[in-house]
Design a protein around this ligand. Structure first.
Ligand code: NAP
Length: 277
């Protein structure tokens, strides 16, 4: 089992530097796959109302035998639940499905700027924190401008922003903004979901130089950018591989070479454009 270190969030809580994504882990075998990830050493589990697997994540936490307080469970408010009262109700639903008495990290899944209710949604999350039902308030897919609005209008800085981040979308400006405001960057689709990334010659060469796999080279790049990647895998061997990132270090040139894979971003995933309910 790998011991994954933690970073400290701006609210003083610990947040692992590598977590486990659960999107599309549903149905038969899902609980076993998540328990296997916990056994590999993952202590940060990422779910959402829209993944339809909160109950499976909660069950995995219980059957894993690991102390509940050692595991950080993230879930997310979906677009259709934006608004103050709706968010309070959405949290109650998530708590019930998870079967837990606290959501460790609660995120706004997408800002949905045309709906324009993310400020009230965040206010409700801060009140849920006051009530002890949420430990950390966070966001996902927020731009610098949207986060600035939360800070100005609610007076609370989200502790984490979970965003699309991988070598094709390295997000240097957003990461610099996070660093300046004490916000932890969390990387979704850290392997770009596609095997194409892991077949890039630059990744293959760097991995070979360290005697690691292409996936490990990419995930180590995230760790050295001070971002928490949350790779998803249902295969125990890959789960182990994706957590085993602490026995080697990339050089500054290697980090820069991987960042050099940047491509133009798909507009349909830009938070200014995308609406997810
Ligand atoms: P990902 O983690 O980048 O990639 C997952 C894919 O890569 C799966 O097909 C997996 O297959 C494969 N894989 C995993 N490890 C591998 C390895 N070492 N070598 C080769 N292939 C490997 O993509 P993702 O699931 O989209 O993103 C991760 C998590 O981010 C999600 O599960 C979810 O929790 C979160 N997310 C959040 C948002 C958001 O809007 N906030 C959006 C997207 C994702 P196997 O399972 O067969 O191993």
């Amino acid at each position: 089992m790998t011991t994954i270190p933690s970073a400290q969030l701006n609210d003083g809580t610990a947040f692992p530097v590598v977590g486990f994504g659960t999107y599309q882990i549903t149905g038969e075998g899902a609980v076993a796959a998540i328990v296997s990830a916990i056994e590999c050493g993952y202590r940060l589990l990422d779910t959402a109302v829209n993944y339809g697997n909160e109950s499976l994540v909660g069950e995995a936490v219980r059957v894993s035998g690991v102390d509940r307080d050692e595991i950080v469970v993230t879930t997310k408010v979906p677009g259709r639940d934006h608004g103050y009262e709706q968010t309070l109700a959405s949290a109650r639903g998530s708590l019930k499905r998870l079967g837990l008495d606290r959501i460790d990290v609660y995120m706004i899944h997408w800002p949905n700027p045309r709906v324009d209710k993310y400020v009230d949604t965040f206010r409700a999350m801060v009140d849920l924190r006051e009530q002890g039902l949420v430990r950390t308030v966070a966001v996902s897919n927020f731009t610098e401008r949207m986060i600035t609005r939360l800070i100005d209008e609610v007076g609370v800085t989200p502790a984490v922003n979970q965003v699309e981040l991988h070598p094709y979308v390295p997000q240097p400006e957003l990461r610099a903004f996070h660093a300046a405001h004490g916000i932890r960057t969390e990387s979704w689709s850290p392997l770009a979901r596609r095997f194409e990334l892991l077949a890039e010659p630059v990744i293959i060469d760097i991995a070979a130089a360290h005697g690691v796999t292409p996936g490990q080279a990419v995930l180590r790049w995230h760790v050295q950018l001070d971002a928490t990647p949350i790779p998803k895998s249902e295969q125990p061997e890959r789960q182990r591989e994706n957590a085993d990132l602490f026995g080697f270090e990339l050089t500054g040139d290697e980090v820069a070479a991987i960042s050099g894979l940047q491509r133009e971003r798909r507009p349909d995933y830009h938070p200014d454009q995308r609406e997810e309910m």
